[in-house]
Ligand binder design. Structure first.
Ligand code: HSE
Length: 435
């Protein structure tokens, strides 16, 4: 049987998992790839006691791997965007296919990297960059290829989902759960990437490009984190029949494309609402197939290795039959990507959950209602909590019909200026996810 030679740069968690999967499932992988996948060269700046590198050449200079004429496919697992980009580009120029788990690299520099790969007749695969082990790239690029993708919505950061689940089920506070997620190793090295939505934005922009056939536009994603969420709002949402999830949403509309990551109330009877803990899930609406849901582990050594090795098997088959560019990186040839307008977040229309702390006095409710009415915002539901013993403020929770953010901004500004309102109005978008 033919061998395909692999070089791996970075032998941390995912690198170790990849070596394990390649070794443990060597026979079935060889059968599926029609080739033996041999790791012949590893680039690692430090030893990794968890990885057995016996019989594998190890270079401290990771660029040695990119220069190794024996390596057919380079696996980039070092993370970051500076050295990782140089490494990937060096490998491409040297005529090697590349597999990467690096979502930031693809989201921010994918357009340039894919163009370089096209020029040199090699492929760059990135299944592991989005939602760990869930084969969402394969599903979208191949399984749903017959469909026009209308929209997608995903829980694509496990750390954030774990935090929200703990806040809802155990009433725990945000900071407390984040500290635990860090100690369990779920969070990014800088957990701000998880809780402020950057990690999800990286993944969303790649999914959107695959969905709509457009170039990657990371800077165009509206990103809002979950750091301001309180257990109080999580509880009120539950009372109203909603679960709060941190979603990445991409929608194609007549006006353009919506690209946004933010906390979202979703109906509690949706399957997506049941995706708890560190799990990821992506709901994709195709024009022919309707809604489809992809669920699984979004991080971790073995799940991410599952995606890395799936890409290696695909590429090994291509190497075996001497083809490249069988699957364009973003689903269509780069020249056929369409530049679609991105709708500014101020103009994106959604229903809203708004909570305000108001004085328990006659006339307050009618004043708030008239401000909404003046902005053309229609109220869908409203609840008011009776004041606690000795308290003068009550929580007023309003669910609106669809309204653009700029109208809500004006209404909120006017409401916050009322003497009968205390503090800021909390606002969270709502999505029915039904079309
Ligand atoms: N920190 C990420 C998460 C890891 O929590 O989902 C996978 O990208």
């Amino acid at each position: 049987m033919k061998s395909v030679n692999i070089g791996i740069c970075g032998v941390g968690t995912v690198g170790g998992g990849t070596l394990n999967v390649l070794r443990d499932n060597a026979e079935l992988i060889a059968a599926r790839a029609a080739a033996r996948l041999q790791v012949i060269h590893v680039g690692a700046r430090h030893d990794s006691p968890a990885c057995d590198l016996a019989g594998i050449r190890v270079s401290r200079d990771i660029f040695e791997v990119a220069r190794d004429p024996e390596v057919d496919i380079l696996v980039e697992l070092i993370g970051g965007t500076t050295v990782a980009r140089e490494l990937v580009e060096a490998a491409i120029i040297a005529g090697k296919h590349v597999v990467t788990a690096n979502k930031a690299l693809i989201a921010e520099f994918g357009n340039e990297i894919f163009a370089l790969a096209e020029k040199h007749g090699v492929d760059v695969r990135y299944e592991a960059a989005i939602a760990g082990g869930i084969p969402i790239v394969k599903a979208m690029r191949e399984g749903l290829a017959a469909n026009r993708i209308e929209w997608l919505a995903g829980i694509i950061n496990g750390t954030g989902n774990y935090i929200l689940t703990e806040m809802r089920d155990r009433g725990r506070e945000f900071a407390d759960v984040l500290a635990e997620a860090q100690s369990l190793g779920y969070a990014e090295a800088d957990p701000a990437f998880d809780v402020e939505g950057t990690d999800a934005a990286h993944k969303l922009v790649i999914l959107a490009s695959l969905a709509f056939g457009m170039p990657l536009q990371f800077d165009a994603v509206y990103t809002e984190g979950i750091t301001e969420l309180t257990t109080q709002d999580v509880g009120y949402a539950l009372e109203l029949g909603y679960i709060i999830k941190h979603l990445g949403i991409a929608k194609q509309t007549d006006e353009g494309v919506e690209l946004r990551v933010h906390p979202t109330l979703i109906p509690d009877d949706l399957l997506l609402a049941d995706v708890d803990g560190i799990k990821n899930a992506i709901l994709v609406e195709g024009s022919a197939v309707g809604p489809t849901l992809y669920y699984g582990a979004g991080a971790g050594a073995q799940p991410t290795a599952s995606a890395v090795v799936a890409d290696l098997i695909d590429l090994a088959r291509d190497v075996g039959v001497g083809v490249s560019a069988r699957l364009p990186a973003l689903g269509v040839a780069l020249a056929d990507l369409r530049s679609l307008p991105i709708i500014p977040i101020e103009k994106v229309k959604t229903p809203w959950y708004l909570r305000m702390e108001v004085a328990d006095k006659p006339g307050v409710l009618s004043r708030v209602a008239s401000i909404f009415s003046e902005q053309g915002i229609s109220i869908e539901a409203l609840i008011q909590r009776a004041p606690g013993q000795g308290q003068t403020l009550v929580s007023l929770i309003v669910l609106t019909n669809k309204a653009p953010q700029d109208s809500v901004d004006i209404a909120v500004c006017e409401i916050e200026a009322l003497e009968t309102i205390s503090g800021k109005v909390t606002r969270i978008r709502v999505e029915a996810l039904d079309g």
